[in-house]
Structure formats: structure tokens, C-alpha cells
Design a protein around this ligand. Sequence first.
Ligand SMILES: CC(C)(COP(=O)(O)OP(=O)(O)OC[C@H]1O[C@@H](n2cnc3c(N)ncnc32)[C@H](O)[C@@H]1OP(=O)(O)O)[C@@H](O)C(=O)NCCC(=O)NCCS
Length: 159
Amino acid sequence: MISIKKALVKDIEKIQRLNHEIMFQNKEFDPDIDIDFDLSDKGRKFFKEALENTDSCFYIAYDGGKMVGYGNDSKKEYLYRNKQYLEIENIGVIPEYKKKGVGTKLLRRLLNWAKEKGLERVYLNCYIKNNDALTFYKRFGFKEIDVSLEMDLYHKLEI
Ligand SMILES: CC(C)(COP(=O)(O)OP(=O)(O)OC[C@H]1O[C@@H](n2cnc3c(N)ncnc32)[C@H](O)[C@@H]1OP(=O)(O)O)[C@@H](O)C(=O)NCCC(=O)NCCS
């Protein structure tokens, strides 16, 4: 039985390891990723800030006492747009618990939190090659709004 609970700062090391178990596949999507970032001091600082941010929420999915996924979000300030936005920072489930509805439970909790805060729209970004996540989000009604582009600065210009 999966339960969703608020994440606690005291669990930060477990959360760093949970993230590591979930996000290893991102190296398929981003050739420049530092795949050990989450276990480093910089990763600890990153998660500490997310856990302590009072304008955000951070939930853990448990199967009994075992952490099997997490989701976190925060309010997003757009000075040039009209509505009040939530940004989903991340949702992830460990490989053996995928496709069992855990991600859906986490997403629902994040969206309910946003509604309680009076927010109106939800933004997130996702690697363009992460088809599982894109299918997951689109099933709930998310639609593409922007595309990020990048290149190496010393790449031979194609013009
Ligand atoms: C994206 C992710 C969070 C989905 O979590 P999940 O618990 O597996 O998703 P659910 O079981 O709740 O799936 C809900 C629906 O999403 C879609 N979906 C989820 N995973 C899918 C996959 N691998 N392939 C195709 N559709 C998928 C399906 O429509 C599914 O409904 P169905 O099971 O009735 O077909 C999970 O794949 C994950 O942790 N990925 C790695 C981390 C990541 O990339 N996160 C997104 C960062 S932006």
C-alpha cells in the first residue's frame, strides 16, 4: 500500500540516495550531466533548500517504510504573465515501482497543494528525449509551450 507523506529535512541523505536511484537514466538525455551531483555537497545544498523552502512542497511516496518516489514543486514567479503559476521541479519513482500509479499519486498531491495555495496554472520542463515522462504528463493534460536550445560555444557555426 503506497502512502504519500511530507518530506522531512532530517531525511535529506535518504532523499539524496532516492534521487540518485531515480535520476540515473538522465544521462541518456543529457550528455553534460554530472550524475553524482545529487550525492555531493552541492546536491545536499540543493535538496536542503528545496526541503526548507516555505513556498514549495516536497512529498515522498512510501511502500511501508521504504521510500519509492518523490515529487516536489514551488511557486513560480513570472513577471510577464498574468496567472499564478506552480512549477513542478521533479517527480520520480524508483524503477521497480514505475507504472503502478505512484507517479499519479504524487502528481495529484502536488496539484492539490497548488490549488490550496490559490495557484492557477502549472509549468514544468522535461528532457525532450524523456518519452516516458512526456507521455505521463500529457495524459494529465500538459501541453508543450516552449523548447530549450543549447550548443557548445566552440562548436563550428553552421552558417
Ligand atoms: C515519469 C514517471 C514519474 C511516471 O511515474 P509512474 O509511477 O511510472 O506513472 P504511473 O504509473 O502513475 O502512470 C500513469 C500513466 O502515465 C503514463 N506512463 C507512465 N509511465 C509510462 C511509460 N513508461 N510509458 C508510457 N506511458 C507511461 C501511462 O499513461 C500511465 O497510465 P497506465 O499505467 O494506465 O497506462 C516515472 O516514469 C519516472 O520516475 N521516471 C524517471 C524520472 C523522471 O524522468 N521524471 C520526470 C522528470 S520531468
